[in-house]
Design a protein around this ligand. Sequence first.
Ligand SMILES: [Zn+2]
Length: 83
Amino acid sequence: MGFCVTCGQSLQDGTRFCRFCGGQQPGEQLLARLRIEAEQIRQIALMMSNQQAMQQAEYAARMQQQQQQQFNQQNFGQQQRRW
Ligand SMILES: [Zn+2]
């Protein structure tokens, strides 16, 4: 089962023209190339989202560290005031 490249309606494999919009469908070779390109794009997107996730994790860790430092400073200040 494929999809029309023009309107996105589902079509049977091997259909040359879309029965919904009449758009000509690419041949198998082109479809195979498009699938490979789509897979490459998916891999790149995956890599980028991994990088983004890592950056977010690093940022969260930094924020946590900062909050911990602020918390420590506040506690330290209170202890100093008490003395
Ligand atoms: Zn169509």
